[in-house]
Ligand binder design. Structure first.
Ligand code: SF4
Length: 327
């Protein structure tokens, strides 16, 4: 690891004036520094100045960005109001990592692409803009099939982001230019151009809180993940689904997938197709067929295109069963 200085500011406004790179839980940043992917000379530690805490109200949950993933995963009112979020947190990492990692930091983790994380690999547009992409034509089993380009085909790694995007979470941001509020679905950029720029955050901006609208669909939500081994592992594919069912018909659908896109992938066309339908096998089959519109395989990951409807069907059936029990 390269030498660096670590500063602990007295307040968040002081941190935002610092014009340096940030670290909070450090579970991703330290690894990137050890691998020489990132070599900041000066780091600002946000651990003591980012807000922490969870508030679950009747129609909204607010999770401060400095809250640990473990604190959120074990907060019962949140698991009752939005179980997909809790399931995604538990599937994300071991309890040890969840105790260190923050909710805001998890959304900003870098890709797990092995070529990106190996400085011996020359071709990586995300690490060295203009150098090419070693994954195209290389080993690309766990790469994206949606939102890709000849520039980059890496998936976004966060399980949490998939559940939150499905549930239409929003973010509070703060930075040198002031505070603002955005939809989480507007945070992550696609890989169409400039894959080295992964988010729409402005220079010096941080996430300060996550807000989740709470309704029947969030309460009847699930997160299902397929991975290569049962222990802590990144998603090959995942699906977050929340449904509201009234009078036997789906009246609200919240759906996103992970492990398949260059960012957490919202499936609003599938959502629309389910509205007004009874959750029958035929109706679900017709809707999930829309999930792979525009998908492109890169060789080793072609199987994801055939497996997406399978996993999505399973997640919709689980959410429908849950919604039926609660109806
Ligand atoms: Fe780099 Fe993206 Fe290609 Fe991976 S997929 S090698 S991150 S450009």
């Amino acid at each position: 690891m390269m030498p660096f200085t670590l500063e602990r500011p007295a307040s968040l406004p002081a941190a935002l004036r610092a014009d340096a790179e940030f670290i909070a839980g450090g579970t991703d940043m330290v690894q990137l520094m050890q691998e020489h992917i990132r070599t900041p000379g000066r780091l600002i530690d946000l651990s003591d100045v980012l807000p922490r805490g969870i508030l679950v109200d009747t129609d909204r949950a607010r999770i401060d960005a400095g809250t640990s993933m473990e604190a959120a995963a074990t907060y019962t009112p949140l698991s009752e109001a939005a179980p997909a979020v809790t399931m995604a947190l538990i599937e994300s990492a071991s309890p040890q990592v969840r105790n260190l990692a923050t909710m805001g930091g998890n959304l900003l983790q870098r890709t797990r692409c092995g070529y990106f994380r190996d400085v011996a690999v020359a071709a990586c547009n995300k690490r060295r803009p203009g150098s090419g992409c070693a994954a195209i034509g290389g080993e690309n089993r766990n790469f994206a099939v949606l939102g890709t380009s000849e520039q980059c085909i890496a998936t976004h790694a966060s399980d949490l982001a998939v559940a939150l995007v499905a549930l239409r979470a929003e973010l509070d941001l703060d930075g040198p230019q002031g505070a603002r509020h955005i939809a989480l679905s507007d945070l992550h950029r696609s890989a169409a151009d400039r894959p080295e720029i992964e988010t729409t955050l402005r220079a010096g901006e941080v996430i300060t809180a996550i807000e989740i609208p709470l309704d029947a669909a969030s309460a009847n939500s699930v997160y299902v993940k397929v991975r290569d081994r049962a222990a802590f592992e990144w998603a090959l594919l995942s699906a977050a689904v929340g449904l509201r069912i009234e009078g036997g018909k789906i009246t609200q659908a919240r759906i996103a997938m992970g492990g398949v896109g260059t960012r957490p992938w919202l499936l609003d066309r599938v959502e629309s197709a389910l509205l007004g339908c009874a959750p029958t096998r035929a109706a679900v089959a017709e809707a999930v067929a829309l999930a792979t519109e525009g998908a492109r395989g890169w060789g080793h990951n072609d199987f994801k295109i055939t497996q997406m409807p399978v996993l999505l069907t399973r997640a919709i059936e689980l959410a429908a069963a849950q919604a039926g029990e609660r109806a």
